[in-house]
Design a protein around this ligand. Structure first.
Ligand SMILES: [Zn+2]
Length: 501
């Protein structure tokens, strides 16, 4: 086949991405998905390429490989509760319609998160792939990329030609993985390689507390992954940490290896890395303070700013963004110089009503449901009201540059002094804390504060580590509580390591 192309290979690109939290009460509907596109296929490709994610990587890599690229859909929604069946049907239906309308397709590059749960399907991504296969046949090369937080099942590995995941957490290699996928596709369509895959799962809930690939215990495994990927015949080596907020059979860490026709090699490498994950068990003990203890430690720390990580309300993990466990504890212990951001549309409206400089007195937070704490009465002065848009210029988790958290307000809380103020930042939309410009654009200089609360787990580190004096993780309740004992599990394998720390 090599060199036999009269025309350039036609490769479809696109994605449907959602990380679905089984414990979040708010379902993810079709309207929650952003689906950017432009007037022509070319303009759509250009728009998608102007980014730092895997779809941008498909396009850049595909152009380099000489593909005739064909855009389908690129749909994403902020992590939240399970996706509705109607949304899955609509998005997959649109994807398949686009694929069927394409001229003589030679391959598909598809970005799926890997931890999508829908109302009817515990593994939404596998269902998307099943429908694509049912419509397009078993023969067409299908290379899928997943997030590092994918929960991978044997079904999806069996139905994909090659499956690879981001290697880093925080995720800073998304574009690189997209380019790798395009490179593998180029070798498939010319007939140079015939991929086979192996999946080995170590049977672990690899707690999100430890899913940081820059430091041990994962760092040596990440290094080994990169080394093994350079071995002859190896196409892709992926270690995914898994997503622990999905109560599904496939939940947990995975190793997926694709080689050129050598099943034994794939199996051997996958087993080796799975063994390395399993061998880190002793390093995965959860020893994280609860809010009262964490606030005490932060108040007595000499290393400002202290970042308090409200792990139970990890917005990037699909939580509510309005939990009040840290806020109420800061208020109760009369801490000073802190910042808490809360998604609370109604409180923003109260601030707007009061106006800049006006008196604010309103409950804030704790509105989404009962598991994220009660509203806390906040009294103070409205310092800032603004449109909630900001821009990040550095490479941060997720590769996003332009942010919009909607109409926002800063309340300078009573007890603040000219030199040391406490702030509640109220936002209309839930906003992941992946950029310091969330605070800077609101008129808050993070380096001057004593305590910064972030609603996150690991991903915030790319932005906050450079300025943090100290980082204290906190075991709080919520849809993303890091302590699995806080949840009732129904569908995960009950013998999973880490489920009962
Ligand atoms: Zn992720």
């Amino acid at each position: 086949m090599q060199g036999a192309w009269a025309q350039r290979p036609v490769i479809a690109v696109g994605g449907i991405l959602h990380e679905s939290n089984s414990f979040h009460s708010v379902k993810t509907r079709l309207d929650d998905f952003r689906r950017p596109s432009a007037a022509t296929p070319q303009a759509t490709l250009d728009q998608w390429a102007d980014n730092l994610d895997e779809i941008a990587g498909y396009i850049q890599g595909g152009r380099k490989a000489g593909f005739d690229l064909y855009p389908t859909i690129a749909a994403r929604a902020t992590p939240a509760g399970p996706v509705t069946d109607a949304a899955l049907d609509a998005l997959t239906g649109e994807l398949i319609a686009k694929l069927k309308a394409a001229p003589k397709l030679d391959g598909i590059l598809l970005a799926l998160h890997g931890a999508m749960v829908t109302e009817s399907f515990p593994h939404g991504d596998a269902e998307i792939v099943r429908r694509v296969r049912a419509a397009l046949g078993d023969k067409i090369p299908l290379v899928v990329t997943h997030d590092f937080h994918a929960n991978v099942s044997p079904e999806i590995v069996a139905q994909t030609t090659v499956l690879l995941t981001y290697k880093t957490c925080p995720h800073i290699d998304q574009k690189e993985r997209g380019m790798q996928a395009a490179g593998i596709m180029a070798r498939i369509v010319t007939g140079e390689v015939k991929p086979v895959q192996a999946l080995v799962k170590p049977g672990m809930l690899y707690n999100i507390r430890y899913q940081y690939t820059s430091v041990p215990p994962l760092r040596p495994i990440y290094d080994e992954e990169l080394r093994l990927e350079k071995e002859p015949g190896v196409l892709a080596v992926s270690v995914s940490g898994g997503y622990q907020y999905a109560d599904v059979p496939a939940m947990g860490a995975s190793v997926i290896v694709a080689t050129d026709g050598d099943r034994t090699q794939a199996q051997t490498i996958a087993k080796k890395l799975s063994g390395m994950l399993w061998a880190t068990r002793d390093q995965l003990k959860l020893n994280v303070p609860e809010p009262a203890e964490a606030v005490r430690r932060a108040m007595s720390s000499t290393k400002a700013p202290v970042v308090l990580v409200e792990m139970g309300d990890n917005i990037g993990g699909g939580s509510a963004g309005d939990a009040t466990f840290m806020l109420s504890e800061l208020v109760r212990q009369k801490a000073r110089g802190w910042v808490v951001a809360l998604a609370d549309r109604a409180a923003v409206a109260e601030a707007v009503k009061a106006g800049i400089g006006g008196r604010f007195s309103s409950p804030a937070g704790g509105r989404t449901d009962k598991i994220h704490g009660d509203p806390v009465n906040i009294t103070g002065r409205v310092k800032t009201i603004y449109d909630g848009q900001f821009r990040e210029t550095e490479i941060r988790h997720g590769g996003q540059m332009y942010y919009n958290q909607g109409l926002s307000a800063v309340i300078e809380v009573d007890g603040s002094t000219r030199d040391l103020a406490s702030y509640v930042l109220l936002t209309t939309e839930r906003q992941v804390p992946f950029s310091l410009h969330q605070l800077i654009s609101a008129g808050i200089l993070p380096e001057r504060q004593k305590i910064l609360v972030v609603k996150a787990a690991v991903a915030f580190r790319a932005a906050y580590e450079p300025i943090a004096g100290e980082i204290i993780e906190v075991d709080t309740p919520g849809a993303t509580a890091i302590n699995p004992r806080r949840f009732t599990w129904k569908r995960v394998p009950h013998d999973l390591f880490g489920l009962r720390p």
